[in-house]
Design a protein. Structure first.
Length: 95
């Protein structure tokens, strides 16, 4: 079982930490939605956040199983450059 988990997630401790932080984020969205005066926008926000978390976990597992590791290694530097460029664009264009 541990070997299979290590195959899906290279570092099980890191995977557990990511899931704990994501669950903490859902908890924070839930606590922010508990209001004295109910607001329609905040009522079910934690359910949507939990749905998005579930979809992203399934997508991540599918990506780890289907896509070869070489593709991730090959795309790492271009993805990093694009993300830095988008961060710089936020500084220039910004809101």
């Amino acid at each position: 079982m541990l070997q299979r988990l290590r195959y899906l997630v290279a570092d099980p401790l890191l995977g557990a930490a990511i899931l704990v932080m994501a669950a903490f984020g859902v908890l924070m969205v839930y606590s922010a939605g508990v209001l004295d005066v109910p607001a329609d926008a905040a009522m079910g926000a934690w359910r949507r956040q939990l749905l998005y978390l579930g979809v992203s976990v399934v997508a991540a597992v599918v990506m780890l199983v289907v896509v070869p590791l070489k593709w991730f290694e090959r795309l790492a530097v271009p993805a990093y450059v694009v993300s830095i460029a988008m961060l710089a664009a936020v500084l220039v264009i910004g809101t």
